[in-house]
Design a protein around this ligand. Structure first.
Ligand SMILES: *Cc1c(COP(=O)(O)O)cnc(C)c1O
Length: 230
């Protein structure tokens, strides 16, 4: 897929995001280009189209891709969006600006420990499971507040907000109740001062990002719609 093509797709996605945001009276939305399974050259295409944020799912893949990008990787804001095993927390802290997939206190504690060693404060999102028992990862909605309370004393971790993954539907409209539920959890936590910095609600993928933005997403994670099928 050529540069022009990715650029054109990104431009159209941005337009759709703006329109969805206007429908909901919402504010700015950060577009994360999800580059997992795509080569470093795809990241470069996205960057030349004005992308500032990229998402990766796996530590090893991200590490070699960022290495290959060299200086080109410097200015990019890097998001870990895939499940993180505790034994890879150190690498994750080294590689990523925002770890979106934190779903256990044990993991948060390990990230805190590794960030402390590196002299870094690691920004994180709490992954919340809104799709019930089918989803493998994510904190149960009713446990979210207690989780964030307990993480407060981790001095090298800062929770910025919530990430969620809606179930896949052929009709994106069907994802709306899940996004709405995530928004409600997010608003409640925000009202209880659980987050630091500008609060982030990361939800919406290629198939359903417009619905997510209508329901209040401040960040969407889009791969397929930019780079094609994986
Ligand atoms: C792969 C992935 C995405 C992007 O999915 P697309 O359907 O390709 O846009 C977004 N979020 C997470 C957590 C992912 O794993």
């Amino acid at each position: 897929m050529g540069t022009v093509r990715a650029e054109e797709r990104i431009r159209k996605i941005r337009e759709r995001i703006i329109q969805a945001s206007q429908r909901s009276g919402g504010g700015a939305v950060t577009l994360i280009a999800v580059t997992k399974t795509f080569p470093a050259s795809a990241v470069k295409e996205a960057l030349s189209a004005g992308i500032t944020d990229i998402g990766e799912s796996r530590i090893q893949e991200a590490q070699s891709k960022f290495l290959e990008l060299g200086d080109a990787a410097q200015g990019i804001t890097k998001h870990l969006i895939g499940h993180l095993q505790t034994n890879k927390a150190k690498k994750a802290v080294e590689l990523f600006d925002l770890i979106q997939s934190v779903d256990s206190l044990y993991l948060a504690e390990e990230i805190d420990k590794q960030a402390n060693k590196l002299g870094k404060t690691q920004e994180c999102l709490l992954e919340v499971k809104v799709s019930g028992e089918d989803a493998k990862f994510g904190c149960a909605p009713q446990d979210a507040e207690a989780f964030l309370e307990q993480s407060r004393n981790l001095s090298h971790v800062r929770f910025r907000g919530v990430m969620t993954i809606a179930p896949y539907f052929d009709t994106p409209e069907q994802a709306r109740p899940y996004f709405r539920a995530a928004r409600e959890i997010f608003e409640r936590l925000k009202a209880n001062n659980c987050f630091s910095g500008e609060p982030v609600l990361s939800m919406g993928m290629s198939n359903d990002f417009e619905v997510a933005v209508e329901e209040g997403a401040t960040m969407v994670r889009v791969g397929t719609a930019i780079f094609g099928e994986r």
